[in-house]
Unconditional design. Structure first.
Length: 86
């Protein structure tokens, strides 16, 4: 069971990493745009909260990406030596 779960997760590893990376970059760019627009447009509590939510989304996708790699390393079957790059 552990071996089959590993190979299933390993099969989707590149796609998961790519999707999480894209989400992280998009959230970070939206946060930067909102941070730059606050002094230009004017301070608003709702825009500050929205920007902070996008920052939290960006950081959480980075944590998820590392957790996915850690899970694969834990599930790796004995006798195999795959290298996962962060």
């Amino acid at each position: 069971m552990k071996k089959s779960v590993f190979y299933l997760l390993f099969y989707f590893y590149p796609v998961v990493r790519l999707v999480l990376r894209v989400i992280s970059v998009v959230c970070a760019l939206i946060f930067l745009l909102m941070a730059v627009s606050i002094p230009i447009v004017g301070f608003s509590l709702s825009s500050l909260v929205t920007g902070l939510l996008f920052l939290a989304g960006s950081l959480s996708t980075l944590v998820l990406r590392e957790s996915y790699t850690t899970l694969l390393l834990k599930l790796q079957p004995e006798g195999t030596s795959y290298i996962f790059y962060s």
